[in-house]
Design a protein around this ligand. Structure first.
Ligand SMILES: NC(=O)c1ccc[n+]([C@@H]2O[C@H](COP(=O)([O-])OP(=O)(O)OC[C@H]3O[C@@H](n4cnc5c(N)ncnc54)[C@H](O)[C@@H]3O)[C@@H](O)[C@H]2O)c1
Length: 239
């Protein structure tokens, strides 16, 4: 029970990596608010659905207010909701650029600007931002996505400094997954997935639970002296 009594918000917690983290955190004793635009794809004790579009500032404020009113605190925030709209730069439309920036970058800001200061006031908290290997190394056809995921690393380091002021034990870290088998990879052709698998030291695409295990580590006290860090979970893809 590594998260006993903790209150956790996980955005994009309805499916994929967010669902895996929500289930694992709940099994480890947390009460989890899985905040997503879409309904949960699973049932798990102590995981509660909250309808949230991270791009909607009022919706974020309402979620924050409701969680504080009901539980009085927020111990863990995982900024996980994310989307792709891939195209080569010359073919990328304004809509594709704006939407990905809005969800993956501004969405992270929208909720964290409420939760981070609250954690400072509480004196403790753990924020985990889900970046990507693409934010670290770039990728053809993902100018919008890579910009957001690199941006999330910048936010992580900024907030690790900003929210730890005044003696607050607020830690902020990022996870940079490689290629993990979720719906987000559905549009990637199989031959490309096989190529990605071969590029890893472990010779395979990752499983969602492997990212969830990393998130559990960063969320809990086992990572009590780790902040401002970007944890690669990519099977050794870029070694
Ligand atoms: N799967 C991978 O290979 C991989 C690799 C690197 C990074 N990531 C990142 O991990 C995170 C989770 O990805 P995933 O693979 O589980 O994707 P997914 O598509 O399976 O799940 C994403 C979830 O986010 C939700 N969501 C989308 N837009 C939202 C919004 N505006 N407000 C609230 N919720 C919203 C969706 O409804 C969905 O439940 C994303 O940030 C993604 O960029 C994934």
């Amino acid at each position: 029970m590594k998260l006993k009594g903790k209150i956790a918000i996980i955005t994009g917690g309805a499916r994929g990596l967010g669902a895996e983290m929500a289930k694992l955190f709940a099994l480890e004793g947390a009460t989890v608010i899985a905040a997503d635009m879409n309904d949960l794809t699973y049932e798990q004790d102590n995981v509660f659905y909250y309808q949230l579009n991270v791009t909607d500032v009022d919706n974020c404020q309402q979620l924050f207010n409701d969680v504080i009113e009901k539980y009085g605190k927020i111990d863990i925030l995982v900024n996980n909701a994310g989307i792709t709209r891939d195209a080569l730069t010359r073919k990328m439309t304004d809509d594709m650029w704006d939407l990905v920036i809005d969800v993956n970058l501004k969405g992270v800001f929208n909720l964290t600007r409420l939760v981070g200061p609250k954690m400072m006031e509480q004196g403790q908290g753990s924020i985990i931002n889900i970046s990507s290997i693409v934010g670290e190394y770039g990728n053809i056809g993902q100018a919008n996505y890579s910009a957001t995921k690199a941006g999330v690393i910048g936010l992580t380091k900024t907030w690790a400094k900003e929210f730890a002021r005044k003696g607050a034990k607020v830690r902020v870290n990022a996870i940079a997954p490689g290629y993990i088998m979720t719906d987000i990879l559905k549009t990637v052709p199989q031959d490309l997935l096989d190529k990605f698998a071969k590029q890893t030291m472990l010779g395979r695409i990752g499983e969602p639970v492997e990212v969830a295990n990393a998130a559990l580590f960063l969320a809990g006290d086992d990572a009590s002296y780790i902040t401002g860090h970007v944890l690669d979970v990519n099977g050794g893809m870029r070694l």
